[in-house]
Design a binder for this molecule. Structure first.
Ligand code: HH2
Length: 263
């Protein structure tokens, strides 16, 4: 899943794709490099971010979602707002990526269901504005699995087909660096819920803490995390750098398959 943020303030690609022409070129480039899904977002959800008005969100998204979908590409819209999701699905998006797991706008799963769209159900603790204020867990994996199981069930009750649901532990969304590492090493717990697992760790700050690099210097660390996530059971990874990640995943996938070979 290639990331395309049409925002002025995303933590890595903010301000680069506000011009629809540039956004479109980036989307097409990622598709050529091997992205199976293009995840287009118009509100940064980095720690401390403030919500964007839904009309402004759609003003940014509209030209991009429609154009990419018309080219036959699988477009995901990164929004937690049902009204924005509806407009994107009408314009041809095939997936809604909801960082709140349906908790911020309970109508969102119903909207996804009415279009027969795929739905990413992500775990978050709090809101982007508050989530990194000393997050604590008694049982990290148990609490994330409980949340995702409940939210996926709510989506199914709203009419989303179970095989259209993807779950995501929400790396960096109400998590300390050590939480992110523990999640990445325990993805098999999430797989037990029976849904494909998505991991989005690309260029996030815990990688910077490990490598000492700013977002611009976190490519190598991000590739290491994507490969590790794939080896531990992630079926999808959400990344800024499609070509490099594709190559790493080809190797990780070969390694994973060879584990299954019995001699
Ligand atoms: N991370 C971000 C945004 N959306 N969606 C899912 N499913 N999983 C994630 O981990 C995830 C997400 C944050 O990253 P990014 O879009 O690069 O930055 P920003 O929120 O600043 O736009």
């Amino acid at each position: 899943m290639g990331i395309l943020n049409v925002t002025p303030d995303s933590f890595y690609d903010g301000g680069r794709y506000m011009d629809p022409g540039q956004a479109l070129s980036k989307g097409l480039e990622m598709a050529e490099q091997g992205a199976d899904i293009l995840d287009v977002g118009a509100e940064s959800t980095r720690p401390g971010a403030e919500p964007v008005d839904p009309r402004e969100e759609w003003r940014r998204l509209g030209p991009i979602v429609g154009c990419l979908a018309q080219k036959g590409l699988a477009v995901s819209v990164d929004t937690y707002k049902a009204d924005v999701a509806r407009l994107a699905l009408e314009a041809g998006a095939a997936m809604v990526n909801d960082i709140s797991g349906g908790t911020m706008d309970p109508e969102l799963p119903t909207v996804a269901a009415s279009f027969g769209a795929a739905l990413v159900v992500m775990h978050i603790r709090g809101t982007p504005r508050t989530m990194q204020v000393d997050p604590r867990y008694d049982d990290l994996m148990g609490e994330i699995c409980g949340f995702l199981a409940g939210r996926a069930e709510a989506a199914v009750i709203a009419g989303v087909a179970p095989d259209s649901i993807v779950i995501d532990p929400g790396i960096g969304f109400g998590k300390k660096p050590e939480h992110n590492l523990e999640i990445l090493m325990n993805l098999d717990r999430l797989r037990e819920l029976g849904y494909p697992v998505l991991v989005g760790a690309s260029r996030k700050s815990f990688i910077g803490l490990l490598t000492g690099e700013p977002p611009e210097g976190r490519l190598a660390g991000s590739i290491a995390v994507a490969a590790a996530a794939a080896l531990h059971g992630a079926e999808l990874v959400r990344v800024h750098d499609v070509r490099e990640t594709r190559a790493a995943l080809a190797v990780a996938d070969a390694l994973r398959r060879s584990r299954a070979v019995k001699r």
